[in-house]
Unconditional design. Structure first.
Length: 128
């Protein structure tokens, strides 16, 4: 019997439970953040924010739907790449709006942290 050369790379083991925990976490955060833009109690904050943005309340609904759909797509293994792309672009847009439109560049840290979470989760889930 031949042994594999010691220099051969071993494929790291994939833990399905960890991968699903990551998927569910990202999906839950973005789905709930998206849905939050519609809820009567919390939407007063979002109504104010989107009024300051100046594109109208339709943009609040649009953003909520995009975040919720992006989160759900991240949950589906075959659609994770699409979900990550949608969520990433949404967070980059949020960072730009915070800095350029709302003139609060330090508040860009929050969508940047969400973006970092999506990127790290996607990198952990991508095929080896």
């Amino acid at each position: 019997m031949r042994e594999a050369p010691s220099s051969a790379r071993r494929e790291p083991e994939r833990d399905a439970a960890t991968e699903w925990a990551i998927r569910i976490s990202v999906a839950l955060v973005f789905f709930l953040t998206g849905i939050d833009k519609f809820l009567p109690g919390s939407s007063t904050y979002w109504i104010h924010v989107f009024r300051l943005i100046g594109l109208g309340q339709w943009f609040r609904y649009f953003t909520g739907v995009v975040e919720a759909i992006g989160g759900l797509l991240f949950l589906i293994p075959a659609a994770t790449k699409s979900g990550a792309a949608i969520l990433g672009m949404t967070m980059v847009g949020a960072m730009i709006v915070q800095a350029a439109v709302l003139k609060h560049p330090l508040d860009s840290i929050f969508p940047a942290m969400y973006l970092a979470g999506v990127v790290m989760a996607f990198l952990k889930l991508r095929p080896i």
